[in-house]
Design a protein around this ligand. Structure first.
Ligand code: OFO
Length: 175
């Protein structure tokens, strides 16, 4: 029987991943509407929304494989209308969001040790690595945006950088 406390923790996390996916999606759409010329950034956000969905799926498959059930969620939610005063504000929110997710993952790791569930402990190591990358990535983007924010030419070049960086990441994931 799959440990009840662990199951509840993992189910909460899969809902957080779903929320993350929706957050990135709403940000991508806002970017596309408000800053259509900066398509490197909006494409990055759209793709990241898909990534977050994959993080959720990974949890669902794990819970089911361990004999639990993840058939408890999916209340249909409508995306709230979002708006940001600036690109900087958007990425600040994203960075804060990723830090919260990291904290939640850390608590789950702690719980898995308390409950002596070493399978789950091992499973969660992938999420730990992922959060290290995601915090670093959102912080790097935020820092760059702060540097070029008021400079239109700088923003254009930055968007091109994100596009190239993003392409490289996508092809390294495929190989
Ligand atoms: Fe799922 O990593 Fe971001 O939130």
């Amino acid at each position: 029987m799959f440990n009840e406390k662990i199951q509840i923790g993992l189910k909460k996390q899969l809902n957080r991943e779903l929320e993350s996916s929706q957050l990135y999606l709403s940000m991508a759409s806002w970017m596309e509407c408000q800053h259509g010329s900066l398509e490197g950034i909006s494409n990055f956000l759209y793709d990241h929304s898909d990534e977050e969905r994959k993080h959720m799926l990974r949890l669902i498959r794990y819970i089911n494989k361990r004999g639990g059930s993840s058939d408890i969620f999916m209340k249909s939610t409508f995306l709230e209308e979002v708006s940001y005063n600036s690109l900087k504000e958007l990425f600040q929110k994203l960075f804060e969001h990723e830090k919260i997710i990291s904290k939640e993952i850390n608590s789950l790791v702690e719980l898995s040790l308390q409950e002596r569930d070493y399978f789950t402990y091992n499973f969660l190591q992938w999420y730990i690595e992922e959060q290290i990358e995601e915090e670093a990535l959102t912080k790097m983007i935020l820092d760059k945006i702060i540097l070029v924010e008021k400079d239109k030419a700088g923003l254009y070049l930055f968007d091109r950088d994100i596009k190239n960086f993003h392409q490289k990441m996508k092809s390294s994931c495929k190989s």
